[in-house]
Design a binder for this molecule. Structure first.
Ligand code: GNR
Ligand code: NI
Length: 166
């Protein structure tokens, strides 16, 4: 296992659109392992490959209290918006440390993904899982939660984080 370096907004590499994964080989399993270790170390509940400068369509999540439920999503897609009613959630992001912003997203979605055994799975998501999976898929498309807030707030965050060393 190894800790990976997390890119910080406004690093332009966070805007890269990630490429689909062709096969779930040992290098992908190691990347997933390293991403989980990096996510736990940063006290995050999700981490997308884009954030560690690996532009492949994979993210990891663990929303359990005791950090015992790691999940790996490869080539994820939102296949259906089951309930389009927008729900607001105060989101954080390991690439935007120290800032929390309200973001509205569809409250219930169906997602597909490939698991670490290379099998396709479908899953219905609501509450925090729906929020985090949509947040992570956005990362793989080069999008960040600050894209959904006012430009004044975004610029304030950009200036504050640009001054910090990373
Ligand atoms: O740790 C995280 N917490 C979080 C809280 C609300 C909505 C989304 C998230 S994901 C974030 C980790 C992260 O940056 N994932 O990309
Ligand atoms: Ni994030």
């Amino acid at each position: 296992m190894a800790l990976l370096k997390i890119l910080t907004f406004p690093d332009p590499r966070l805007r890269t659109v990630a490429e689909p994964i062709q096969s779930v080989d040992e290098s992908i399993k190691k990347l997933a392992d390293d991403m989980l270790e990096t996510m736990y170390e940063g006290s995050g509940i999700g981490l997308a490959a884009t954030q560690v400068n690996e532009h492949k369509r994979i993210f990891v999540i663990d929303i359990s209290e005791d950090k015992t439920n790691p999940m790996v999503f490869i080539n994820p897609h939102i296949v259906e918006i089951i309930d389009p009613t927008k729900k607001s959630y105060s989101e954080g992001c390991l690439s935007i440390p120290g800032f929390y912003e309200e973001v509205e997203r569809p409250s219930k979605v169906k997602a597909s993904f490939i698991n670490l055994d290379g099998q396709k799975e479908y899953i219905e998501l609501e509450d925090l899982m729906a929020v985090v999976v949509q947040h992570e898929i956005d990362h793989l498309d080069g999008k960040l939660m600050v894209d959904f807030i006012s430009s004044v707030k975004r610029e304030m965050i950009r200036k504050k984080l640009s001054k910090k060393r990373s």
